[in-house]
Every structure is written in C-alpha cells, then in structure tokens.
Design a protein around this ligand. Structure first.
Ligand code: GLU
Length: 320
C-alpha cells in the first residue's frame, strides 16, 4: 500500500507547474489504490499566507484532486501543517545533536530566509558553504556565542550518495559538494531539508514524487534519514515545466496560476488534459478528469522532457 503526498508551499498562487506535480503524485497513488496525503509546508511563516493555503486546496479540489489525510481532513499522522509541527523538528534536532552531527554556525549566510523554502536547484543557494564554523575550537565558539545566537548546520560527510530515482534513473552525488547545510536558523526557523524528512518519515510516506529541481536536495535528505535511523521513501523526480524564459515555471509567471485560469473560464478537465498531454500521458490535449487518467497511469509513461509553457500555449488552450 503506497502512501504518497503533495506538499505545497503557500507563498504564492498554485500554478500549473505545482498542479502538474500534484496530479502526477495523485495519479501514482490512486492508480495503485494507495493513500494520498496533503501537507501544507508553511514553516517559512513570513512568506506563507493562510489565504493562499486555503486557495491552493480549493484549486486542487476544483481540478479533481482529492486526499485522504490533510489539514482540513485530519488523519492519524497530523497535524498536516508544518507550522504546527515544531516540537517534532526540535526532537529530531536533539537526536542529531546527540549524535554529534550538527555544529553551531555564526556566519551571516546561515540567516538566509531561503533555507526555510525548498531550494529549487541547490545552485540557487550560491557557492557551497566553505565550512568556516565547522572547525572552530571550543574557545572560539564561546567567544562568538557571546555576541550571536548560532544557526545549526549538518556536518556533511565527504562520500558518494547514490540512489535510484524512479523516473530520472540512477543518481550519484558527492555529498560534500553541496556543503554543510542549515537545519535551523538562529531565529529558530527550521530548514526545509530537515522538516521535509521529519514529516515524510513521521507520515510514513513510501513514495515521493516531485519536480526534478529538488533532485539535488535528495542527498541531503538521505543523510538525514540515515542519521535519524529512518527508512527513506522511493523518489521520482519528474521533468520541470519551464516559463518562456527557459527557467523553472514559478510565481513570476503569474498568468499561469490555476486561479487566473479558473477565473478566466477555463474548465478543469481541459487543464487536466493539458497537464496530462505535457507529461506524455495523452497524445493531444483533450478534456479529461484525474480519475479517468488513473486507470492506465504508470511512472514509465511520464515524458522525460521539460515542457515550455508560454503565452502561446495558454492561448492555444483557450481556443480548444
Ligand atoms: N514544499 C515544497 C515546494 O513547494 C515541496 C517539497 C517536496 O516535495 O519535497 O516546492
């Protein structure tokens, strides 16, 4: 029985890239009779908005995507909202600390707001952290601690991390290359990398399907699973949807928000058909429901090519 999830971040309107990931994750679960979990990833409190969380759930439902456990439904693994799960993250940090895997970091880069959000490509974080605070001696730590509350970083071992990705194939990373990463900022906000592992493990997620911009975060997450003695899920990282500028489709491509498409009168079945066609599940765009797609879904059918979603694409959808 597989348990899969979709984990939106309510810092912007749900766009078709998000909806596509949600649809594929939902199909993976529903095609095998598994359990689908909705989890709101709002640990980045300053950037998250409750009304965007409500709208995201409403947009997903409108598309025909449902869930068995989630913020509005409850379930045995709740709460399903990250901002309510802080004690679990702290318990994990205590375990990692007891194992000697974390160290205090006094550098200003560790304050970056970005650590609470999923890094869509680790390169967006800039050069790997050079480890400046890793080798401080006790005296140096005490001296810095008088002036500053530290962040906590995970001391990444310099060894290969290999895993099999169910859509992207065999993966091999040199773990040390990404540098030691932040698990908790000085202000107490835990990082995406830690929270996502604690939650996926606690919610007994067996299968994670998400965009391939998160594939280089996976080695970090595997290290956390290992350190917490938890069994990692199977991963499937699917090709991205790109904006006209060739970059990952994101908030700035506002016209592609599900809300805007919904308000412009587009039918959900047509959007689902378009998402399926761009994922290689249909030969051409035609109205269809998620349920209709579930009967012959298989991960192997997902196209391995990214899709460009520009204004022309949206126009074509409007005249169908
Ligand atoms: N909350 C993350 C995002 O919106 C998803 C993280 C994940 O699926 O691991 O990008």
């Amino acid at each position: 029985m597989i348990r899969g999830r979709y984990a939106p971040t309510p810092s912007g309107e749900l766009h078709i890239g998000n909806a596509r990931t949600a649809l594929l994750a939902w199909l993976q679960v529903r095609s095998t009779g598994g359990t689908f979990i909705m989890r709101m990833e709002d640990i980045d409190k300053p950037r998250s908005k409750p009304e965007l969380a409500r709208e995201a759930l409403s947009d997903l439902r409108w598309l025909g995507i449902d869930w068995d456990e989630g913020p509005d439904k409850g379930g045995s693994f709740g709460p399903y909202v990250q901002s309510e799960r802080q004690p679990l993250y702290e318990a994990a940090i205590d375990r990692l600390t007891a194992k000697g895997l974390l160290y205090p970091c006094y550098c200003s880069r560790a304050e970056l707001a970005a650590v609470a959000s999923a890094p869509h490509g680790l390169s967006a974080e800039g050069p790997a952290y050079p480890g400046s605070c890793r080798h401080l001696n006790e005296g140096e730590r005490q001296e810095r601690a008088q002036r500053k509350t530290p962040a906590l970083r995970f001391a990444v071992p310099d060894r290969p991390i290999v895993f099999h990705d169910r859509t992207a194939g065999p993966q091999s990373f040199q773990a040390g290359e990404g540098g030691d990463f932040v698990v908790r900022r000085a202000d107490g906000i835990v990082s995406y990398q830690l929270a996502v592992v604690v939650d996926d493990a606690a919610m007994e997620i067996s299968d994670v399907l998400r965009g391939c911009d998160l594939i280089d975060s996976t080695p970090r997450q595997l290290l956390i699973y290992e350190a917490l003695d938890k069994r990692p899920p199977r991963f499937a990282h699917v090709p991205l949807l790109l904006g006209a500028d060739g970059k990952r489709l994101a908030k700035r491509h506002g016209a592609h928000s599900i809300r805007a498409m919904r308000e412009s009168g587009l039918r959900p079945e047509l959007i689902v058909g378009a998402l399926a066609a761009m994922s290689g599940l249909l030969d051409r765009i035609e109205p269809i429901t998620p349920l209709e797609l579930a009967s012959d879904f298989s991960l192997t059918r997902i196209s391995d090519q990214p899709t460009v979603v520009d204004e022309g694409w949206l126009q074509r959808l409007r005249i169908l």
